[in-house]
Ligand binder design. Structure first.
Ligand SMILES: Cc1ncc(COP(=O)(O)O)c(C=O)c1O
Length: 348
């Protein structure tokens, strides 16, 4: 007797980026924000009392919901909180996909999507991006129950305009999930689409723009009827009281958020220019990472050489990506160390 369902037995499972225990390395491999969260977050954490730990949390995380609603110009019933954006992806797959209800998305993109599809026994329709990561026209004609567009896309960092995604939502007969985990580093976002479309769900993460990857907090923006449906699928207490307090403090501190994002965007511009000067091909990124392709050396070789120097970036040994490195924008110091190391490696 095999204990696991057949697809679980066969699955490889998602492979997260390397998370070392030591802190003395240059860690540019999993798109964390290089800066600490707002001081308001640390203050909120210090104020957590035993009573908040003893009691179950608010199942709808009302304080965060209200704050996120204000930031996004919607009512609070348009928001659902999650244990990281990844949990919203799990909830969405469970809500919309099964053996007869496929998922479609452009590739290459976030490698968690096929893993979650497999758990649901659901067919995957992958529609390749062109060389410039334009939205493929065929995506509108798949008849999938769920279409996902990661925007800015990971691992390319490229951005599809709000107008194009509005047209896609209009053409699709199924649900459209716009994964905006990295949108804090872009110039615009799709939040307003939820007012005009009853088939759009927006995913947001507090891991990137708000420096809270260790906390695990994300949220959905969608029309209240969709939010009510998704709520049926989530665990009743999916976000804990400590995380709600921290995430609410983070999203309310608009000044800190804006300054942080501007720093990362400035360093992204500098890093992109420095990589190009080293003859890497780098597409313009709207996220907190860049995708760099070396024409002269193999990406896997460069990756190994960087590891020897205690510098970690992300290398995907996958078709279309195995000649590229995805590099998180770090602090100016971290980026300088990377560039120095690359200069040495490329002149070997
Ligand atoms: C494209 C994309 N979507 C969603 C997530 C989920 O982020 P989190 O669960 O940390 O909020 C990530 C995390 O790296 C991501 O890269």
């Amino acid at each position: 007797m095999k204990y696991f369902r057949q697809n679980i037995e066969k699955a490889k499972g998602y492979e997260p980026g390397f998370q070392p225990s030591q802190t003395d390395m240059v860690k540019l491999n999993t798109n964390e924000n290089p800066y600490p969260p707002s001081p308001q977050v640390l203050k909120a954490l210090a104020e957590i009392g035993p009573e908040q730990l003893r009691r179950y949390p608010d199942p709808k995380a009302g304080t965060f919901r209200q704050a996120a609603a204000e930031v996004n110009g919607v009512q609070s019933d348009y928001i659902m909180c999650c244990n990281g954006g990844d949990e919203l992806l799990t909830i969405t797959f469970r809500a919309f996909c099964d053996e007869n209800r496929p998922v479609a998305y452009p590739v290459p993109t976030y490698s968690l999507y096929p893993v979650l599809a497999n758990l649901q026994d659901c067919r995957v329709i992958e529609v390749p991006f062109d060389g410039e990561f334009n939205l493929p026209a065929k995506l509108a004609n798949t008849d999938a129950a769920l279409t996902i567009v990661c925007n800015p896309n990971a691992p390319s960092g490229t951005f599809v305009s709000v107008g194009e995604l509005a047209s896609l939502a209009d053409e699709l007969s199924g649900m459209l999930l716009i994964d905006e985990a990295y949108v804090d580093f872009a110039e615009e976002n799709c939040a307003a689409l939820v007012k005009n479309f009853d088939n759009v769900i927006i995913l947001r993460s507090m891991s990137k723009g708000y420096c809270l990857a260790g906390m695990r907090f994300g949220y959905a923006i969608a029309r209240p009827d969709l939010i009510a449906g998704l709520m049926k699928v989530k665990d009743s207490y999916n976000v804990d009281a400590v995380a709600v307090a921290a995430a609410a403090a983070a999203i309310k501190d608009r000044k800190y958020f804006k300054e942080n994002v501007e720093k990362v965007k400035k360093d992204r511009r500098i890093l992109t220019a420095q990589l190009r000067a080293l003859k890497f091909e780098v597409v313009d990124s709207f996220a907190n990472f860049v995708l760099a392709e070396s024409k002269s050396c193999k990406a896997g070789w460069i990756y190994d050489k960087l590891v020897q120097r205690n510098i970690y970036v992300r290398y995907f040994d996958l078709p279309g990506l195995n000649n590229k490195l995805r590099i998180t924008v770090g602090t100016s110091e971290q980026n300088d160390k990377l560039i120095l190391a690359l200069k040495e490696i490329l002149s070997e």
